[in-house]
Design a protein around this ligand. Structure first.
Ligand code: HEM
Length: 491
């Protein structure tokens, strides 16, 4: 016979009242949780202020629980602050159930593998603008990366063409992400542990959370209502560009009563979620890609040899070239492995007691896949801190025996990222076009020696490389001419 506690997976001993609060990550969550995995094994159980948590240090266990048992492991924890701040329409935070499923289905309709093909010509136009901006103002590369993915998503969701600078819709969406992240800072709001506090009136001392939540609700309006209303208005005027919003509105116009009302709510919610889910994540990966180029010059050399042979100097690479560009594809895979964009994914919540490998996993446990640790698994990826695209290749082709990082970077099971096909096509076009036309190098110091940027990633739900400098130039006169010929952006 084993006591219930000894049947739980191993983990650090909890302290009275606070449990394992002191064992929570202090800096970069991937490495801090990775250290617990090294000590206790691939399943680490903790209890933080009454909330059970299970940290998964192995990709195989994540697949066993979050994919094979996804009927049990697809819920999310509910946050009082997200609710009070008016953000509970974001379906990535919704409980597992019929309402979430309807959102997910609506979203999937526009971003599934076949549907994203429709978005390719828009992506092409945006990447051409991006190359042109890099040519005109190379030092602002980080702003251009943010702009290109913001432009793609605003176009796909609303048919809105954003301004070159200080776009008001992008500003609203960014404010929304900031307000949402602020509400979710771990440990910031006591009301998360003691939901009864939500009844404190706003003016009471200690009710700052009420005021913060009220401020957030104002931002929500900008994210969810303003771009939507603008597109509906342009539909009335007959000037709307085809988008997720116009297609959904056309369908809604065939419905009546409650059906129409519910579908419209779902449509507003899913269009507004696209920016929050997609802009930061893709930005983070391309930022890491530029860091790689400035840090490992040999990668560019090898990619160019492949691109010169397959694409040549008279055109830009396109989606149809993907199969003929295994090295470029391996660079993208290695970027996704080397830099864990969402190091802990989004935790899944277990809806009933479960047993796995002889351990009890209690109902309500938050299961956290340590995606960063999966990407550092030395059995799969020897010398994991090195940037080696060749690890994905065998005899000049992609090697199907090596785990593709997109099998864990986008999460798991029924909650797997529904924007992954769109993300992957955006990444391919951006990476291949930059490699084909531009040279990205480390800045030189006073003695003319390259100053390789420091590789440091930010902590947080989405992790980015810390700001760095690089020198961007056209790789040859033909490349500059090609960029200018393919894009009419004002100089
Ligand atoms: C490289 C880019 C991206 C990465 C690494 C990424 C990663 C993730 C991860 C790890 C999750 C959590 C999955 C889970 O719970 O197991 C997720 C969920 C989600 N992602 Fe992405 N994502 C990316 C791009 C996008 C894009 C472009 C969109 C939208 C167009 C998007 C929309 C979403 C949404 C809506 C969810 C919530 C799904 C749900 O809870 O049902 N993501 N993503």
């Amino acid at each position: 016979w084993k006591s219930p506690r000894s049947r739980l997976p191993p983990g650090p001993r909890p302290l009275p009242f606070i449990g394992n609060v002191l064992d929570m990550p202090k800096r970069y969550a991937g490495t801090d949780f990775g250290a617990l995995t090294n000590k206790y094994g691939d399943m680490v159980y903790m209890n933080v202020l009454g909330q059970p948590m299970l940290i998964l240090g192995s990709h195989d266990i994540a697949l066993d629980l979050l994919e094979k048992r996804s009927a049990l492991y697809s819920d999310r924890s509910q946050s009082t602050m997200v609710h009070l701040g008016g953000f509970d329409w974001i379906f990535s935070t919704m409980s597992y159930g019929a309402w979430w499923r309807r959102h997910r289905r609506a979203f999937h309709q526009f971003f599934n593998l076949n549907a994203v093909v429709e978005l390719r010509s828009m992506q092409r136009t945006q990447v051409n603008h991006f190359l042109h901006r890099l040519l005109n103002a190379p030092d602002d590369f980080s702003d251009h990366i943010r702009h290109v993915f913001a432009a793609m998503i605003m176009h796909a969701a609303y048919g809105i063409q954003i301004a070159e600078k200080d776009d008001k819709y992008v500003k609203m969406a960014e404010d929304g992400i900031a307000a949402f992240s602020n509400l979710l800072v771990p440990g910031k709001y006591l009301v998360e542990q003691f939901p009864v506090l939500r009844f404190l009136p706003k003016w009471m001392p200690g009710a700052q959370f009420q005021r913060d939540a009220a401020d957030a609700t104002i931002v929500v309006h900008g994210v969810r209502e303003v771009p939507w209303a603008r597109t509906v208005e342009s539909m009335r005027e007959g000037t709307a560009v085809a988008s997720m919003t116009t297609t959904m509105m056309e369908h809604i116009s065939t419905l009546e009563g409650r059906d129409a009302e519910e579908e419209e709510t779902i449509a507003r919610n899913t269009t507004a979620v696209a920016y929050g889910g997609g802009a930061d994540t893709t930005f983070s990966l391309i930022q890491a890609f530029f860091l790689v180029l400035a840090s490992f010059p040999e990668v560019q050399e090898k990619a160019r040899t492949e691109l010169d042979a397959v694409v040549g100097p008279h055109r830009l690479p396109d989606f149809n070239d993907r199969d003929a560009l295994p090295y470029v594809c391996a660079v993208i895979k290695e970027c996704m492995r080397w830099h864990a964009i969402a190091p802990l994914g989004i935790p899944h919540r277990l809806i009933q007691d479960d047993e796995y490998r002889g351990y009890l996993i209690p109902k309500g446990t938050l299961v956290i896949p340590n995606i960063w640790a999966f990407s550092r698994d030395e059995r799969r990826y020897p010398d994991p801190e090195a940037f080696v695209p060749e690890r994905f290749l065998k005899d000049g082709k992609l090697n199907a025996d090596i785990t593709d990082p997109s099998e864990f970077a986008f999460g798991f099971g029924r909650r797997i990222c529904p924007g992954r096909h769109f993300a992957e096509s955006s990444l391919f076009l951006t990476v291949s076009s930059v490699l084909h036309t531009l040279s990205v190098a480390a800045p030189l110091d006073a003695t003319g020696k390259p100053q390789r940027p420091k590789v440091k990633m930010t902590a947080g739900f989405v992790s980015y490389p810390e700001p760095f400098k690089c020198v961007i130039k056209p790789r040859a006169p033909w490349a500059e001419a090609l960029i200018r010929a393919n894009d009419q952006l004002a100089a």
